[in-house]
Design a protein around this ligand. Structure first.
Ligand code: ADP
Length: 581
């Protein structure tokens, strides 16, 4: 049993880890896995990429990025995906602020705001404009009126999202703050999601006031970005987890709990926000996945740590601000020692949260996990079989006669010492290199908590667009594309028997051309021609509305999905019978 604990360590290629390298190194040292900082000629078990799936060419093992994730969580793409879900499930997706895409939806934005103001003259909204693909608060500004949108200039002419500004955030120490939560998408099919029990709270550095024309431009009051606030004279580098401008989320929860807030409900709302957001992202991700890793071809499997930025409203309702495909895993920050002289110093708050997230992600995707479980079991069996040995150990084994017995006891005593020594986090760091890997029991309990499939029953009804995406992927063909050609669209209509005397194949072609042209004219991705998933979803909704006029949108879409799935299943059945014949 003890011998079976010895096994070659898991191998990790860290050559492309970039800014997450430091935290990754600490995690690997704690796990005693084998790091290949310059890559390896033989394949590794795990590849840790700093930016994207494509950082390395890999054909096996696991990689910590999904293809297409960066594109899927861009501000515009995320807003579109959320809008689709809001159209289908308005109540369930009210945690995402109402958003419009610029420049194409500017007229719609102007018209809707005017209509809402007409309906409610006391409504004095503020909006936030965020350039697409921007980060760290880059190019963001607040406006009171749609006419204040700046559409000229290099940053301003970039596509952007304009969004309702949340005016009444929860304040701590009179400051606005947001939460960075780490979420592990462990697998797409089947869907597996984990949430880190702790995250970071990032604080503004000027006391908050509700937006007025006078204070709209005060970024240190309205934007919580660390990268902006660090330049404020008021920024406080946190020496502990519950003070300063960056604290742990758990320290905020403690504080809220002591004020009598319902922290359990808050967590359950956050979990629900995370699951619903990932459900909104999976259709697009699946399209990218099949394109980069076609079914049946060799390829790595993927997992990814995402950074969710969440704002709490005064009433503790969590609001999703954005999802980051590459959340910063830096565990140090720059400090100005004297004017113009900077030094990287460790940040204990970042280290505490981020190292645990990386280490526990690795534990969850450990390719040798099953073996580890067996080893762990066999260790317990030892204790059950030789309880007397443990006693004699403490009593002093020197006097024992039986050689074999003594041998077992010695082994056991070494093992016990080993476990005792590894009881605390600090001792993990000092473990000698090349020693046997750590059994789970010697590591701190996992900081990542499974939420899906754990709560699948409550949320599976939301996965409608996933089923539309499955239809889309089916008609894409096998070429590994992400866009549907006109023939594929026609085949979809024909196989699902959706055309009839009222909806001719000529009308099908017109629908395809109209929608595809519009999406391609505003799209970011001009690499391929054809119909992208979101255009297909729009076409699908159109068809559903045509066919089931009297039903609400959700029921129209659900009915059409069922009809298509049924007809395709019947077709497959027929083909099988013909095949057999
Ligand atoms: P970036 O990727 O540039 O950081 P974010 O969407 O995260 O863009 O926005 C930057 C900051 O602006 C957030 O951290 C938050 O403090 C503030 N913010 C963004 N959207 C809203 C909103 N709808 N209401 C209130 N504050 C917001």
């Amino acid at each position: 049993g003890a011998e079976s604990a010895r096994r070659p360590g898991v191998t990790v290629d860290s050559s492309k880890a970039k800014t997450s390298l430091e935290a990754l190194k600490i995690s690997l040292r704690q796990l005693r896995w084998k790091e290949f900082p310059f890559g390896r000629r033989l394949p590794c078990d795990i590849y840790w990429h700093g930016v994207s799936f494509h950082d390395n060419n890999i054909f096996s093992g696991q990689v910590n990025k999904f293809p297409g994730m960066m594109e899927t969580v861009r501000k515009i793409t995320l807003s579109r995906a959320m809008r689709t879900m809001q159209d289908l499930f308005p109540l369930e997706y009210n945690f995402y602020p109402r958003s419009w895409i610029l420049p194409e939806e500017l007229p719609l934005f102007v018209a809707e705001v005017r209509m809402m103001k007409d309906r409610n003259p006391s409504w004095k909204p503020t909006f936030i404009v965020k350039p697409d693909g921007g980060c760290q608060g880059d190019g963001i500004y607040l406006i009171k009126d749609p006419s204040d949108i700046r559409l000229t200039g290099s940053i301003q002419s970039r596509p952007a999202v304009v969004q309702e500004y949340i005016c009444k955030p929860l304040l701590v120490d009179k400051l606005k703050f947001d939460i960075r939560l780490y979420v592990l998408l462990k697998s797409l099919e089947p869907l597996e999601i984990y949430i880190a029990k702790d995250g970071l709270s990032r604080f503004c550095t000027e006391p908050y006031q509700e937006p007025t024309l006078k204070n709209l431009h005060q970024v240190f009051m309205h934007l919580t970005n660390y990268s902006l606030n660090i330049h404020s004279g008021n920024f406080i580098h946190s020496a502990s987890v519950n003070t300063g401008s960056k604290r742990t989320f758990s320290s905020i929860l403690c504080r809220l709990s002591s004020r009598g807030a319902d922290v359990k409900k808050l967590w359950s709302d956050i979990i629900s926000l995370v699951i619903k957001t990932i459900i909104a992202l999976t259709p697009e991700l699946k399209v990218y996945y099949q394109s980069d890793i076609p079914a049946g071809k060799p390829g790595p499997t993927c997992f990814q740590i995402l950074g969710f930025d969440i704002l709490l409203m005064k009433n503790l309702k969590p609001i999703l601000l954005e999802v980051n495909a590459n959340p910063s895993m830096r565990i140090e920050h720059e400090q100005e020692l004297s004017p113009g002289v900077f030094e990287n110093v460790p940040s204990p708050v970042d280290e505490e949260v981020k190292v645990a997230v990386i280490r526990d992600t690795l534990r969850l995707v450990d390719p040798q996990k099953k073996k580890r479980k067996d080893t762990h079991l066999s260790f317990h069996t030892h204790l059950l079989i030789f309880p007397t040995q443990v006693q004699s150990l403490h009593a002093g084994i020197a006097g024992m006669k039986d050689k074999q017995h003594k041998h077992h006891s010695l082994k056991l005593s070494l093992k016990l010492k080993f476990y005792l020594k590894l009881g605390s986090c600090q001792s993990l760091e000092q473990a000698p290199e090349g020693s046997e890997e750590l059994p789970e029991a010697a590591l701190p309990s996992l900081c990542l908590k499974q939420v899906f499939p754990k709560y699948a029953k409550q949320f599976s009804y939301l996965r409608l667009v996933d089923r539309v995406a499955a239809l889309f992927i089916r008609f894409l063909g096998v070429k590994g594309t992400t866009k549907l050609g006109p023939t594929g669209f026609r085949t979809f209509i024909r196989n699902c028997k959706l055309s009839n005397s009222n909806f001719s194949m000529a009308a099908v072609d017109i629908l395809y051309i109209d929608i595809t042209r519009r999406w391609n004219s505003m799209g970011i991705d001009h690499k391929e021609s054809g119909m992208c998933l979101q255009a297909f979803v729009e076409a699908f909704f159109c068809l559903a509305q045509k066919k089931y006029k009297s039903l609400p949108l959700h029921d129209q879409v659900a009915s059409l999905i069922e009809l298509c799935e049924c007809r395709l299943a019947a077709l497959r059945g027929k083909r099988l019978v013909w095949g057999c014949g």
